[in-house]
Design a protein around this ligand. Structure first.
Ligand SMILES: Cc1cc2nc3c(=O)[nH]c(=O)nc-3n(C[C@H](O)[C@H](O)[C@H](O)COP(=O)(O)OP(=O)(O)OC[C@H]3O[C@@H](n4cnc5c(N)ncnc54)[C@H](O)[C@@H]3O)c2cc1C
Length: 382
């Protein structure tokens, strides 16, 4: 491929790859430049949950548009993406009240209320006796975070008009001229999709948006015998983390209840949730801590508490086989940072824990808004 392309994307996480997929679909030539030899950032460390329904405000339509993009990409690339939805478990009347309010706002097709028996039937025998009901969110999707980004990258790299430069670090960008550790590239437009490392390339932009790093503790365990649920499973603390829940009238009382009854979970910023990978292992998490420079040390008490919570929820013991820290970008000002640096360069960073959810919707919006000077060079069959 020539040194000049319609689009150059910095970063092969899900945000960069979704933009590359969408650009290719629209017939643009694309170069992705990634400093690592494979996707290795937030996009492989998460739950693989496209949390569509729990988004709120302006991001809700972006999430639904993203859902279409995810399904289209899954069909083209062939990765695992069951439309398995999510189960939100309520273990108090206040938790159930928030779900009922979301159901009233969105309708039964988007938020289906579940009886305690309906929740237990999904979670399996032994599920927590404290369950008072729940909701099923059918629009939510699942992917396997450990394999999906690499599959998308491999597929893109095999297509005419797309190249991926692995092991290549971008050091500077000036109106379409991109300086890297392996020489200079040129493009009509450059998209900077470097996630939480935005401050390394554009510290002033990161400062202006008060971008910091958010670190989460995660763990992996084999699923208990008979547990085969592909749906994401969320719980009461999950309702503190998504606008769809926090904007419900009953949320303040629910939050006060969690602070009173589960202070440890609130202090660690817990979102007690679980997803199952296609190999039968469970992704368990999570906690949240914020710092621009993130200490790498994980607190064993936090992991123990999270795993114990999920074990109680499922009513089965869990044996941890891996632990890891995931980091994403966070800003108190916005959940989606889009900033034009010059006429050709745009930064796109999701500054909240919803980058998997929004990726393909943001990509579609970006491509709608770009006026790439060069005409389309080929028509992609995706
Ligand atoms: C534990 C955890 C759980 C989460 N769960 C969910 C979830 O269930 N659902 C959801 O929607 N979201 C979730 N998120 C958030 C989601 O994972 C992120 O928002 C998303 O992955 C961010 O994607 P990204 O492409 O911006 O970043 P990344 O995946 O971090 O990719 C950025 C890439 O840019 C590259 N890069 C950086 N600087 C340079 C440079 N100078 N030159 C070249 N390459 C560079 C990096 O090497 C990296 O590959 C979770 C996050 C974590 C950490």
């Amino acid at each position: 491929m020539s040194a000049s392309t319609d689009l150059l994307i910095v970063g092969a996480g899900i945000i960069g790859l979704a933009h590359a997929f969408e650009a290719h679909r629209r017939g643009l030539s694309v170069r992705v430049v990634e400093r690592d030899l494979a996707p290795n950032g937030a996009s492989i460390r998460n739950f693989g949950h496209a949390c569509i329904t729990a988004q709120g405000g302006d991001l809700l339509p972006v999430a639904y548009r993203s859902r279409e993009g995810w399904l289209r990409a899954a069909e083209s690339v062939g990765f695992w993406a069951p439309a398995a939805g999510a189960v939100v478990v309520a273990r108090s009347p206040l938790e159930l009240g928030v779900l009922e309010q979301l159901h009233a706002q969105r309708g039964a097709a988007a938020v289906t209320l579940l009886t305690p028996e309906g929740v237990r039937a999904r979670l399996g025998t032994g599920a927590d006796e404290a369950i008072v009901g729940g909701a099923f969110l059918p629009a939510d999707l699942r992917v396997d975070p450990r394999t999906t980004a690499a599959q998308i990258a491999d597929w893109l790299a095999s297509r005419d008009g797309v190249s991926i430069e692995w092991g290549t670090t971008v050091g500077g960008i000036d109106n379409g001229a991109v300086t890297t550790s392996r020489g200079e590239f040129h493009a009509a437009r450059v998209l900077v999709c470097v996630g939480h490392d935005l401050d390394y390339l554009y510290p002033r932009v990161a400062d202006a948006y008060e971008v910091t790093r958010c670190a989460l503790q995660m763990a992996l365990a084999p699923a208990p015998a008979g547990y085969a649920l592909d749906s994401a499973v969320l719980s009461g603390t999950s309702m503190t983390r998504y606008d769809g829940f926090t904007t419900m009238p009953g949320y303040a009382a629910l939050h006060a209840e969690l602070v009173a009854n589960q202070p440890e979970l609130i202090d660690m910023g817990a979102n007690v949730m679980v997803t199952r990978r296609p190999d039968g292992t469970l992704l368990l998490g999570d906690s949240h801590v914020y710092s621009r420079t993130m200490p790498p040390f994980q607190d064993e008490d936090i992991t123990r508490r999270l795993v114990s919570e999920i074990s109680t929820l499922l009513g089965r013991p869990l044996t941890i086989t891996q632990r890891w820290q995931g980091v994403y970008a966070s800003s108190p000002q916005t959940s989606l940072l889009i900033e034009d640096i010059d006429a050709a360069t745009r930064c796109i960073t999701v500054t909240s824990g919803i980058g998997m959810t929004l990726s393909f919707g943001i990509a579609a919006q970006t491509l709608d808004s770009l006026e790439v000077g060069a005409p389309a060079r080929h028509v992609a069959s995706v």
